[in-house]
Ligand binder design. Structure first.
Ligand SMILES: CC(C)(COP(=O)(O)OP(=O)(O)OC[C@H]1O[C@@H](n2cnc3c(N)ncnc32)[C@H](O)[C@@H]1OP(=O)(O)O)[C@@H](O)C(=O)NCCC(=O)NCCS
Length: 184
């Protein structure tokens, strides 16, 4: 999957390059506690090597057409404030993709994830010819649940103890959005 850079009201979404490794590390470190609670990778080692590896793996997956991974940058300061991805490796149908996002903890609560989510949906349906987007979320993740609902996803059910995050079993709510029900 590939996409051009995308500008929203306050943000620029673009693929990460090696030059972003330090900014990425700073954002991850500043948000470690919240990320560890929600995302499996955040429990592993964190350092420049890991961030460079992540950026290289993301570029390779994008070149393969499996995934898009976009850095989320504040347009004004050019600071990296998060990462969003669409991943179609997680479905047997290539027109289905899973949306994930994180925003650095000191920038949450300002509507940034909502702004990114709307842009990602537009990329998925208009440029990548996706048919269905989905997310999996821990019901305790009230912030993400609210974002997903605000941007139009519908609740589909719950996988009990659907995932183990850093040693803890958590339910996984399934939310989906079809292209046919997307209201721009
Ligand atoms: C989840 C996350 C992406 C939200 O980012 P954000 O930029 O704060 O999101 P927004 O500001 O666009 O929207 C958050 C909404 O949730 C609401 N919210 C936040 N915490 C809440 C809580 N504990 N209970 C209820 N609502 C809550 C906010 O009020 C806001 O809704 P509103 O606009 O109606 O007021 C961010 O907290 C994060 O990165 N968390 C860690 C990683 C993660 O969980 N990612 C999702 C799984 S892939």
């Amino acid at each position: 999957m590939a996409t051009d850079n995308v500008s929203t009201r306050r943000l620029l979404l673009r693929p990460l390059s090696e030059a972003d490794a330090e900014g990425l590390l700073a954002a991850v470190k500043s948000s470690q506690e919240e990320l560890k609670r929600r995302l499996r990778w955040a429990g592993a080692g964190t350092g420049l090597t890991e961030e460079r590896d992540f950026i290289a793996a993301s570029a390779a997956a994008m070149a393969e057409g499996d995934r898009i991974v976009l850095g989320v940058f504040e347009a004004r300061s050019e600071e990296l404030v998060g990462v969003a991805s669409l991943d179609r490796r997680l479905s047997s149908e290539p027109e289905q993709a899973r949306f994930t996002i994180w925003i650095r903890s000191d920038k949450t609560g300002k509507g940034l994830a909502t702004e990114v989510g709307r842009a990602i949906i537009e990329i998925a349906f208009k440029k990548l010819a996706c048919h269905r987007l989905f997310v999996r979320l821990d019901p305790a993740n009230r912030g993400f649940r609210r974002v997903v609902k605000k941007i139009g996803f519908k609740y589909e059910g719950c996988l009990r103890d659907g995932k183990r995050i850093n040693g803890r079993w958590v339910d996984q709510e399934c939310w989906g959005l079809l292209k046919t029900e997307w209201k721009k």
